[in-house]
Design a protein around this ligand. Structure first.
Ligand code: 1GP
Length: 236
């Protein structure tokens, strides 16, 4: 069976620690045409904040995944398609490589079919995810490519996630990373804010993820990024 994310071209990440744009609703995110919703963030992703969002999204058709930074009291809810578990390859703090994960596994009653790892490479040193994980972002393209190969060929990861959260990344680095992967899927996230940036990154990544634009500019602009991604995939 194909992986759940095999067909994802555009994903919207909802940060439970941030408000939606004025007038937007969680249910409205699915209407943008985005392929999936990931609920996740660096701070305050607690079950108390996530569960109401899942409840509101329960009637939507698209897959909903959570990047957990809390221990779920139930391992699966109706609205939830599964968990995407970030492993930050370039974290200096091992808490973000296996530490928190070990605790999560130890203390949760997990259904493994619903848990999928993501191999993150964090590349914006000023982002909160870089600061929390103490990520070494001083990487050249060869370093990034080597992390991607390590992820796929050594660690068996099916998702490699270039995380530029808050800034638009270097398309050449993204393109080289995808070239280095054989079957793993390349997620790109960071700084997508309009049609053009979405189009550009969709030409070099398999899956484009938007985050802040949802909270700052709203679903209308998310929809614009969906169009950018669709056009790029159509033209390539
Ligand atoms: C964050 O990769 C996502 O985890 C998206 O980044 O918030 O910069 O869009 P932005």
């Amino acid at each position: 069976m194909a992986a759940a994310w095999a067909q994802w071209e555009h994903v919207t990440k909802v940060d439970p620690d941030k408000a939606l744009h004025d007038g937007d609703t969680y249910a409205g995110i699915a209407d943008t045409g985005t392929d999936a919703i990931i609920v996740g963030g660096t701070t305050n992703v607690t079950e108390a904040r996530v569960q109401p969002i899942l409840d509101v999204l329960s009637s939507t058709e698209i897959p909903i995944f959570v990047e957990p930074t809390y221990r779920p009291s139930s391992s699966h809810t109706e609205a939830l398609s599964g968990y995407l578990l970030p492993i930050v390859l370039n974290a200096d703090d091992p808490l973000w490589i296996t530490g928190a994960h070990h605790e999560w596994v130890r203390s949760s009653d997990l259904q493994w079919d619903y848990v999928h790892p993501e191999a993150y490479i964090v590349l914006n040193p000023t982002s909160s995810v870089a600061m929390y994980t103490q990520a070494d972002c001083d990487l050249d393209v060869d370093d990034v490519v080597a992390y991607a190969e390590l992820a796929e060929q050594v660690l068996g990861q099916q998702i490699v996630y270039l995380e530029y959260s808050g800034m638009l990344g270097d398309p050449a680095v993204v393109a080289s990373t995808r070239d280095a992967l054989s079957s793993a899927q390349l997620f790109y996230g960071g700084g997508i804010h309009d049609y053009e940036s979405a189009y550009q990154m969709a030409t070099v990544a398999d899956t484009v993820i938007v985050g802040d634009v949802l909270h700052e500019d709203g679903v209308v602009t998310v929809e614009e990024t969906v169009r950018g991604v669709r056009d790029a995939k159509h033209d390539s």
